[in-house]
Write a protein that binds this ligand. Structure first.
Ligand code: ATP
Length: 358
């Protein structure tokens, strides 16, 4: 029997609640599948750890994670700790430390879920946004001087490297090529940002020459938001910078039903390091502790993790079970118009897993 080592980092806010639900469902799934086992170790890292020890994860944290096959992450963010600390000391430390340069964010309408876009059904909204996840606007380069004086300066430098841009373009083209419609839209802002973004566009054109079978087009990021709303069927795979894709994928999540549904994978495609899987939503302090968070984003994320581990049958069974629940409409969480708690949704998915092939 194959065994995969999973590092679970539930983190802060509703992250901890949805990962608990996700682990419960994964447990049920491995009972049903029988072909593999998941050995899960949980790491209590996040804002409580910071408040107690002064760091989001202990020294040596990355080395501890390195021996795992995948990381299952909840969220980092807490009103008591500045956002740049929670983000940089945990999630970004892992993404950058493990060179998880491809962030993959699928959006589609699950069975039974309707879009806030009038008249848009599942056949018109089925996208994958590929986010450059290692540099760009989130490179961490910049600084502040003359703090607290009228001369104070703050800078954040967007960094684009030929290597970084080329590898994310190739990843996106390969992904587009693997999908039936074989379409790729590159998002840019090269009209206003005339150095890094112009290089981004040029490298896209160079890589494109190797993918004659993929249809391509180019959009300014501002125009892309309106296209997502007005012509969702014209989009297949999208590649965008770290910041642009961060924003576009929140919009994509809302258009496909709720922030609570959407999954994401932070991939190190070469497999030199573990990849990390997380729902796209954050800690959602407004609903933390109430047990009402939608766990579907964390469950879809778990399905992406299984797919990545090579367990496509289990990944498919989990998605089928999730969609049985969304389609039946009886155990929906509040953000989808129901009254089910986080664990009630998870239990409904578990029941569907046990019945999925009956
Ligand atoms: P962070 O700063 O960590 O990104 P946030 O609270 O600013 O967190 P999100 O957590 O992404 O942002 O969520 C924005 C809003 O969407 C939340 O306030 C919440 O109302 C809703 N939301 C997000 N995720 C879920 C979920 N899983 N279930 C229900 N509602 C959710």
């Amino acid at each position: 029997m194959k065994e995969y080592r999973i590092a679970a980092i539930p983190g802060d806010g509703i992250g901890a609640e949805v990962i608990e639900a996700g682990l419960r469902v994964l447990d049920a799934l491995q009972e049903r599948e029988e072909g593999f086992r998941l050995a899960v170790d949980s790491f209590p890292w996040g804002s409580d750890h910071y408040l107690e020890h002064g760091c989001m994860m202990p020294e040596g944290g990355l080395q501890a994670l390195e021996k795992f096959d995948a990381i299952y992450f909840g969220s980092a963010g807490d009103p008591r700790v500045p956002d740049h600390i929670t983000l940089w000391q945990l999630r970004l430390a892992i993404c950058q430390g493990f060179d998880q340069y491809a962030n993959v964010r699928p959006s589609r309408l699950l069975d039974g879920i309707s879009s806030p876009l009038r008249g848009v059904g599942p056949e018109r909204l089925n996208w994958i946004i590929v986010r450059e996840n290692s540099e760009g606007e989130y490179s961490g380069i910049g600084g502040r001087s003359h703090r607290g004086t009228p001369l104070e300066v703050g800078t954040d430098v967007s960094v684009f490297t030929r290597k970084g841009v080329e590898r994310i373009m190739r990843f996106a083209f390969d992904l587009a090529r693997s999908r039936p419609r074989k379409m790729l839209t590159v998002v840019t802002k090269s009209n206003a940002q005339r150095h890094g973004m112009v290089m981004w566009d040029e490298i896209f054109e160079i890589v494109k020459a190797d993918y004659g079978d993929v249809k391509t087009d180019k959009m300014l990021v501002d125009a892309m938001t309106t296209r997502m709303v007005l012509k969702p069927e014209s989009i297949d795979v999208v590649v965008a910078t770290n910041l642009h894709a961060d924003i576009l994928s929140d919009l994509a999540a809302a258009l496909s039903g709720s922030m609570g549904i959407a999954p994401t994978a932070n991939l190190n495609p070469e497999g030199d390091y573990p990849s990390m899987f997380e729902p796209i939503h954050g800690s959602a302090f407004d609903i933390t502790g109430q047990g009402i968070a939608n766990p579907i984003g964390a469950l879809w994320t778990a399905s992406m993790m299984l797919e990545h581990l090579g367990e496509a049958a289990a990944a498919g069974r989990l998605m089928t079970a999730i969609e049985r629940v969304t389609n039946a409409g009886k155990a929906l969480p509040r953000d989808l118009g129901g009254t089910a708690t986080t664990l009630e949704v998870a239990d409904a998915v578990i029941a569907a897993i046990h019945g999925a092939n009956d």
